[in-house]
Design a protein around this ligand. Structure first.
Ligand SMILES: NC(=O)c1ccc[n+]([C@@H]2O[C@H](COP(=O)([O-])OP(=O)(O)OC[C@H]3O[C@@H](n4cnc5c(N)ncnc54)[C@H](OP(=O)(O)O)[C@@H]3O)[C@@H](O)[C@H]2O)c1
Length: 315
């Protein structure tokens, strides 16, 4: 089969198309129609991600496609989305049954490849870690990105008001399309604007860096800041007196670590997301599609801060 391999840790440019054996093993064999591309693959191409497989390896944490043969309760021909962790940038993947989910008819394959990582993370961050309640106000950083657009849609589906923070006009449009009620610019007075809009109950932060302290300043009493990632590069530090003085919390959300300890929660979250797909709130936004052979370009787009919504490869 055709697959993309990381053969050396030289960044997005050093991905290579290869002809390799199909993967073996007990699981659900999926003929891949779309692979999701995410920030972690950019980090993996430089050896900077916590998961460091031996070289060469096939990256690709999630796919959507068609089940090849009856297995583990899935029927041949069924449309599915699956979390593969690795191996997704390929024509065929073998996925663990508990990491494989039927793809609702309302979503196409590209949307299916953007469903698991971002939407499960969004739901876990907002609900399990953030204790989001209907009627609360959520501020989402990196709001036009994969986790960002997913978080907007999940928060709206759960009855929240959403303020989105983005860095450009084009990204503002994407955040509005995702359903944001208000869009603020990261290069503007977003902190004061958020406070003028009544403050926020929950900040969802995949960006980190120097906006962290200002995020804390936007929180109302009992507010929560959910730490999701650090695309901005720097890992912020917090002066804990701010937490005490304003009765606010900083909460970490590490979805991957959580589901590896409690895989049974995946099915529960998938059911909650199916309900939001059914109600029309969850529709992954596809910002760019590339053929499998152009995986380097897909990673460069993310690395250059040019991606919106989900980037997918189509074998
Ligand atoms: N904790 C978890 O369980 C979990 C799960 C999945 C992903 N993540 C992490 O969440 C983060 C976001 O992932 P994603 O897939 O949403 O990424 P993405 O689609 O590339 O979006 C990230 C956003 O970060 C913003 N950003 C700010 N400074 C940036 C910079 N220097 N370079 C690139 N982007 C920058 C960009 O928005 P603006 O240009 O508008 O600022 C961009 O839209 C990643 O760090 C990822 O590893 C964490």
């Amino acid at each position: 089969m055709r697959a993309i391999q990381i053969v050396e840790l030289g960044g997005p440019e050093s991905l290579q198309l290869a002809d390799i054996d199909e993967p073996a093993g007990d699981g659900v064999v999926i003929d891949v129609r779309a692979c999701g591309v995410s920030f972690p693959e950019v980090l993996q191409s430089r050896g900077q991600y916590q998961l460091k497989p031996d070289l060469p390896f096939v990256p690709g944490s999630e796919v959507a496609g068609v089940v090849r043969a009856d297995a583990h309760g899935f029927a041949a021909g069924e449309r599915v989305a699956a979390l593969s962790w690795l191996g997704g940038f390929a024509e065929t993947v073998v996925a663990q049954p508990q990491m494989t989910f039927r793809l609702p008819d309302a979503l196409n394959f590209a949307q299916g490849a953007g469903l698991i990582l971002n939407y499960h993370t969004a739901h876990f961050s907002l609900v399990d870690r953030g204790r989001l309640r209907a009627g609360e106000t959520v501020l989402v950083h990196g709001a036009a990105g994969g986790v960002g657009t997913a978080s907007i849609q999940v928060a709206k589906g759960l009855g929240a008001r959403v303020l989105a923070v983005v860095s450009s006009d084009a990204k503002a449009e994407v955040a509005r399309t995702a359903g944001a009620d208000e869009v603020l610019r990261s290069d503007g007075a977003w902190k004061d604007e958020a406070k003028a809009l009544g403050g926020v109950d929950l900040v969802l932060d995949p960006v980190g860096g120097d906006r962290f302290t200002d995020s804390l300043r936007t929180l109302n009493p009992d507010g929560r800041l959910i730490v999701v990632g650090f695309t901005g590069g720097a890992i912020p530090e917090v002066k804990v007196n701010r937490l005490l003085l304003n009765n606010i919390s900083v909460v970490g959300a590490g979805w991957g670590a959580y589901i590896s300890q409690r895989p049974e929660t995946l099915a529960e979250t998938a059911r909650a997301l199916d309900a939001l797909i059914e109600s029309g709130h969850v529709r992954p936004l596809i910002g760019a599609r590339f053929p499998l052979a152009e995986a380097s370009r897909a990673l460069q787009l993310i690395d250059g801060r040019g991606a919106t919504g989900k980037v997918v490869l189509e074998p």
